[in-house]
Design a protein around this ligand. Sequence first.
Ligand code: HEC
Ligand code: HEC
Length: 515
Amino acid sequence: MGGGLVNSIFMSALTAGLIALSHGPVLAKSGDAEKGEGIYQKRCLQCHGEEGDGLGPAAERLNPPPRDFTLGLYKIQSSAFDADLPNDEDLFRMISDGMPGTAMPGWSDLLSEQDIWDVIATVKAFAELEGEPERQVDYGTQVKSSPESIAAGKKLFLADDQCSECHGVEGKGDAIKKLKNDNGERTWPRNLTKPWTFRASNDPKDIFTRITVGIPTTQMPSFADPKSKKKLSIEERWHVANYVASLAKTEKTVRSDNTVIQAARIEGELPASPDDPVWDSAPPSTFFMVPQIVGKERFFKAANDTISVRSLYTDKMIALHLEWDDRTKSIPGDDKARTIADEELTEDAIAVQFPMKISAGMEKPYFLMGDAAKPVNLWRWSSGTTQMPESVSILDAMGINDQQARDGDGGLSAKGAYKDGTWRVVLTRSRKTETTDKDLQFEEGRFIPIAFFAWDGSNSEAGSRHAMSTWYWLLLKPSTGAKPMIVAIVVALLIGGILVWWGRSATARREGMTP
Ligand code: HEC
Ligand code: HEC
């Protein structure tokens, strides 16, 4: 049941980033609003509403909400910033490819090109829009990306806080103030290091277009408006676009083929501080997280969608370094945090999930906090309040509604640090504990199931409202000295396997001979 659903959500999260770029040549352009009506009723109404007002039955749960077509305003526009409407090609592209990071799906698989032109006519009719805009974006001469152009772009990005005012100095979208769109709905500036959340794409030409036009209906301004204080020349806009495009190239990119966190063995003490440079020696593994929509109280609007994990261990101890982008440092009691938070402000939190025991058949517990047959441990860290420091606890769970917090910290220690839109937290525990019936014991060379949960306290995330990952693996890579041992085990397993096979086929041969 839930597993299949969640898998398909993970798959769409994985592909969401890839579909945005595929827009080929577009031909016929004569849309028929009457023909489009049927398509609209069948495919669009549930979100955009019978009257095109964005109030369809599914709208309530969606963030951002579906567009209200009666206003005739659109986000993705390649006509000039002061044009009244986008080009029909812009609408075609958004309907055909969808809008990544939102519920707006791409329709190119279900609708023909003519269907899409027809439904564009229907959509435009809701606001009585006709014709096409005359003034277009002036691209001048594109400045190719180069280290010099990227450096120039970075300067402009930070100068007078032009972009960093909303997008943060690292581009993580860690807003310094509460932003609302023209409808009064809460909006968040984009995390520019995550191109899979861009409505259009992070191709420099697309970014140039957004900087030039702005994103109508939101606070993302136009930098080509001569009347605005925020103004950049065409050449400057190309530099900024090249810089923004470069932000996506980080070592913390999700690679779907990477499902194993490789923990390296080191001598001496494990680094307790998340900013210790020793952590740079451990390669990060980055995974997608999705909103928790399986448990009883479903939640669709999780703020965080990836987590990067590193791990190191010693003879006795194991440490996990968790890093995730969070636009807000949520510290209840803090006045500034209060002004940016969505509704009620709670602590930010993260939890790592392990099975209590690894079963002989390697079956993993139910991913959403286990069940009675296969309970899990949750190592949970919370960011603290102005009255209370950060804290950590171990929970024993047999399902989302059955979590027991242990007294004290259960031998777990933690240290967190927040900077420029990113939390970094180190969790440390002994590899072995006395309560072997309740705690996972961390052995070398073993594939250990591991999963993650995250709560953004400024986005009303608490209890079962959170983001989560599916199961991945943690592997304590044996140090070189231990390799012969592993090889010996593998050889023993192989020989064992051959013996079993030989034994079975011998039995089969004997049975075959019996009349
Ligand atoms: C599952 C819900 C859902 C369905 C179904 C859906 N949309 Fe959307 N649509 C959205 C959301 C949400 C947005 C707003 C995204 C944003 O603001 O970033 C949107 C935005 C749009 C936009 C605005 C593009 C822009 O540049 O601002 C257009 C046009 C659009 N949808 C057309 C359609 C058409 C046509 C259909 C049917 C073929 C359709 N949508 C079906 C959810 C949906
Ligand atoms: C006043 C706040 C503000 C400023 C200043 C600002 N932005 Fe934005 N930006 C936003 C918001 C809000 C969004 C998200 C809009 C939405 O909801 O779709 C956004 C979205 C974007 C996107 C995403 C485009 C896409 O396809 O989804 C890019 C790229 C971007 N901004 C770049 C910039 C750059 C570069 C600058 C400086 C030259 C800048 N922004 C200045 C608020 C701002």
